[in-house]
Design a binder for this molecule. Structure first.
Ligand code: 3PY
Ligand code: MG
Length: 261
């Protein structure tokens, strides 16, 4: 079972499959575990805007693995060294925000992939036992099992999109629709499903496909994820943990009060 956890996400994406991903922002492995036990294909931990620290990420990765699911971690901007540590701790994918150039993308690959693709340093403390492989077999399999995902969320990233996608070792691009919509409006509005964003979203999906890589998208609910899958996005979130909890609370409170004064 363990080896398949590390291979699961890559296997799904390599076979042109689709993956729906939970989005966790709290530093509590139980929340990652609850979501992992629903029918998500993967769980993402957000260390950029969420409250997750390294210790929490480490524990959450193990909880998610125990539920038989792979974990992706979003690191803070530019924290590539942390990416290697998270992979050592058993993460299957790294989501790197604000990747704006070929050099940024190369740096992500340097820390996420072993030679010859990158320069990830050896020390897969938890990943190796989780993989069920011996050290050499893990070394040989790790690059293919590990997703290096570049976030596209600025005008510079749009300009460099083909350069970023062309970097050997970048497995996919992930649209940050909120930041990208802010960038597209010159800082004036937040319209993550506005017309300008959607025009770029279509182009990003098309360019990723042309490079033989996957496109991923932060989505706001199930219907939104369904629409993005229809556009060719193959890895989609459906809502963050706090949004799911609040939406469920709203819906159940409304049900409890329906028809009552
Ligand atoms: C964005 O929409 O900018 C994101 O980073 C999604 O989390
Ligand atoms: Mg963002």
């Amino acid at each position: 079972m363990n080896e398949s956890v590390l291979r699961k996400l890559a296997g799904r994406l390599a076979a042109n499959g689709e993956a729906l991903c939970a989005w966790v922002t709290v530093n509590e492995p139980a929340v990652a575990d609850w979501l992992a036990r629903e029918a998500f294909d993967a769980v993402a931990l957000d260390m950029q805007h969420g409250a997750i620290d390294f210790d929490g990420a480490m524990r959450s990765i193990l909880s998610v693995a125990l539920a038989g699911k792979p974990t992706i971690v979003r690191v803070p901007v530019g924290e590539f060294a942390l990416a290697s540590q998270l992979l050592d701790a058993g993460a299957c994918g790294i989501l790197a925000p604000m990747i704006n150039s070929r050099d940024d993308a190369r740096r992500l690959v340097d820390f996420a992939k072993y030679p010859p693709l990158g320069q990830r340093s050896w020390g897969p403390r938890t990943a190796l036992p989780l993989s069920g492989l011996d050290a050499t077999a893990y070394l040989n399999a790790a690059n293919a099992m590990t997703q290096a995902i570049a976030m596209i969320e600025t005008r510079a990233a749009l300009d460099a999109l083909d350069d970023i996608l062309a970097v050997d070792g970048v497995d996919g691009v992930f649209v940050g629709p909120s930041d990208l919509s802010i960038a597209l409006s010159g800082g004036a509005t937040l319209e993550p499903r506005g017309a300008a964003l959607m025009t770029e979203a279509r182009r990003i999906a098309e360019r990723a496909k042309a490079h033989g890589k996957f496109a991923a998208m932060f989505c706001f609910d199930g219907a939104d994820a369904r629409a993005m899958l229809a556009l060719g996005y193959r890895l989609c979130t459906i809502a963050s943990d706090h949004a799911l909890i609040r939406a469920a609370a709203r819906s159940e409170l409304a049900a409890a009060r329906a028809g009552r004064a």
